[in-house]
Design a protein around this ligand. Sequence first.
Ligand code: ADP
Ligand code: MG
Length: 689
Amino acid sequence: EQSQETHEFQAETGRLMDILINSLYTQKEIFLRELISNAADALDKIRFLSVKNPEILGEKTELAIRIEINTEEKSVSVTDSGIGMTKNDLISNLGTIAKSGTTQFIEAIKGGNVNLIGQFGVGFYSCFLAGQKVTVASKNGDDDDQYIWESQAAHSFAVSKDPRGNTLGRGTQVTIHLKQDAVEFAEESTIRELIKKYSEFINFPIYLKVTREVSKQVEEEGEQQDQQDTNDDDEVKVKDDDDDADTKKKATKTIKEKVSEWVQVNENKAIWLRPKEEISDDDYKKFYKVLSKNSGEDPFNWVHFKAEGEVEFTSLIYIPKRAPSDMFDNYYGKQTTNLKLYVRRVLISEEFEDILPRYLSFVKGVIDSDELPLNVNRETLQQLKMLKVISRKINCFKILLLMMMKMKKKQRKEKKMIIWQKLLLRNNRDQKMRKEKRRLMNIMNFGKNMERILNQELLKILLIDKNQLNQQGIIIYTILRNMFIMMTTLIWIINRFISIYQMIYINSRLIQHISKLLLSIYQISLYLIFYFRWYSSKNSTELTSFDDYIERAKPGQDSIYYLAGENKEQLLASPIIQGLIKKGYEVLLLDDPVDEFTFQHLNEYKQKKLVNVGKGDFKQPEDNDEQRKKQKALKKVFQPLTDWWRKLLSENVDSVVISQRLIEDPIIVVSSESGYSANMERISKAQAY
Ligand code: ADP
Ligand code: MG
């Protein structure tokens, strides 16, 4: 006798289902994607276990996903030979929500991005978008029986032993009995398209059962003939007489018969193992969809590379368009990565520490190596030396550099780089070479270039939503700068040794690596500075570069003026710059907090000093003798007034002076030259936590 237990959904789950059904009803189709993704997860789990213990697979060695449509009953089922669920698993996995998924998910839905469902551990419940009833049959690999979980949403589900017995062997079958308004999912073409759309790069074969009508010819006497794959509609047909001696001149009858067969719909070869030339941008984007659990957005960019040498591995890393909302949690809390580690196509781990520095926790991707031991424990993974090497090889610099390179339209001047490299490495007495070498070292000039590389563009690449992420940007900046200074110092010392003590043995490969890196950074920094753009007082609708600015500058102007603040409208109206504008000078308006930071470190561009007009020490240009005299006189006349002011405000201001810069406004408060500018102060206040 079958006993059926009825369970209530956890309160949260019930609430979530209501919200789901009401808010996602226009996107019913995502249920298929979520089911396939769960099936693939279950398959990943069993494959991982089978590595250590191949017997675990038993007779069910095929790891695949099978989708079947029942047009009469209007149902779809997704079957996997994955790890399966015991009775208790069914109750706890499909009746409660792990993590605190609901609240977060509800927030996300409010934000309008319903596609995020898969990321909150609530994907399964999307079944009820299309299904009025959902049946899950599952069999775990061990001795447990096969159980059925069934629910019509509402508030409860029932669990019972499967009366059919152990039909699955191992795995799970989810059957969706479609609602009246979702019957389109009982159509083969719809399902096929959905698989293509969402699950093309799932790492297991996805088979769809397709049913075709086949005309079968039977001899009138009833003798069987070979089946023919035609959809010939002719009822009766006289066969061509020359073909076959046996059937010669015999009339045959055509009857229609339904034939079903499994057809693989997806391309399940791991995309990262395919040669780059064969992968289209579209493929990369599709795979990102799978990887990011369908965040619904294309990636910003990606890096696909094969490392050789010490450890060979392939890596495909994506930079998302948007920084994840929990990036800072990740930064200060437990460190995890979004990199999946595969060993020979087996997913070993999705979460492991230390492979990437914290500030890159937002990248997503896969690493696949044939060299790691397959039977590695998730726990011991961390201690593997090999992993350390991998981590070193996919270090942030590589990712950053490759990202930047990718931004370049043409890989120009590559040749020149090689020559420089040689120059830097070759230790010969050739005068010319030495001179070149010295020149190069001068160009590099220690930390200067690193400060140049630190600019908007770099931060933009890393942190697309800058305003949200200034802090992260500054951390990256600091790290990059320190690294660069260290390396340039090192290479300078090494170089010194080479030229002075020729006999000293130096690990030339090390130098080679460092110099390669330095050169790349140098090139990129030069390239990037060219792309700096800001609003300016002369053109506040389009962006202006340094070069544009210089071109427009007044003759003899040796500075580039800038003012930083919250937005360009406010900046443009600022009394601080009215004097300059009236005199015909152009002022760059930095409306992004990162800009001011960058400017302070940039100092100058093409021998023009970058001058912050918002600071106290700012002197108006065109200060000739006569004006200075006039100024002095004024100062004297108003001395009593300024003294009085100073006394009055002694607690709040450093000094009170007569200003030249004001045009219409009578008075202005500015930052002292040594202190933070008002804008920086605002930023640091905003960042304090
Ligand atoms: P998530 O996949 O993010 O964990 P879901 O709501 O999609 O969240 O699934 C909930 C849980 O149900 C899964 O974590 C898994 O334990 C279990 N589950 C769902 N589908 C399957 C399946 N096909 N095979 C085995 N377990 C499954
Ligand atoms: Mg899921």
